[in-house]
Design a protein around this ligand. Structure first.
Ligand SMILES: O=C(O)CCC(=O)C(=O)O
Ligand SMILES: [Fe+2]
Length: 180
């Protein structure tokens, strides 16, 4: 199983459809609850047609109105899931009834599911100019604001503390004094 956000190849498969065999409409990506449980989803599908088929057996995208007829050596690549792991419903597809025998190879590229709240990799060094690591020790040891508005209120409190004022009182006064 791939680690979080890592890509890996599933074992390739080969399928043979005889006359009247098909693969009903489906998405190759797993629904989110299953992707979370399995901790991966399918991000790329490669189909390689191993023989040419004149009648039947095409791969059709139900919502896109696109069908691909098997030709020996032809490859079909599509991306069943968005970058965040959600299935892309536009990739719903069907292998329509074969008439002539059809051989196809399926290869999926899976990616480890990124659990919400997991740590992002650090930005590249060129973007690391001002991280908390570069703050003076005294500031860096204080809890850092988590949002812009929280940041603004921390800054106001800090300023008020230095001026010996109470932020709430000052905000209320500004409100009451509207127009003065
Ligand atoms: O055989 C095809 O044309 C499509 C196969 C497929 O969709 C699958 O194996 O998931
Ligand atoms: Fe499929």
């Amino acid at each position: 199983m791939p680690a979080s956000r890592q890509y890996c190849y599933e074992s390739p498969q080969v399928a043979c459809y005889q006359s009247n065999q098909h693969f009903l409409s489906h998405e190759d990506a797993f629904p989110m609850p299953l992707a979370r449980a399995n901790q991966f989803n399918r991000h790329a599908t490669v189909l390689i047609y191993l023989n040419s088929v004149d009648q039947g057996g095409s791969t059709c995208f139900d919502h896109l109105g696109v069908c691909v007829q098997p030709r020996q050596g032809r490859a079909l690549l599509f991306f069943p899931a968005f970058a965040d792991g959600r299935p892309d419903p536009r990739t719903l597809h069907t292998a329509v009834d074969a008439k002539d025998t059809k051989w196809v190879m399926q290869q999926w590229v899976a990616r480890g599911y990124q659990l919400p709240g997991t740590v992002q990799p650090p930005p590249p060094p060129s973007l690391q100019a001002s991280t908390s690591n570069s703050l003076p020790a005294q500031l860096a040891s204080q809890p850092q604001p988590r949002s812009q508005s929280e940041g603004a209120s921390v800054a106001r409190k800090d300023l008020a503390a230095r001026k010996g004022k109470d932020v709430k009182g000052k905000a209320a006064k500004v409100k009451r004094g509207f127009g003065k």
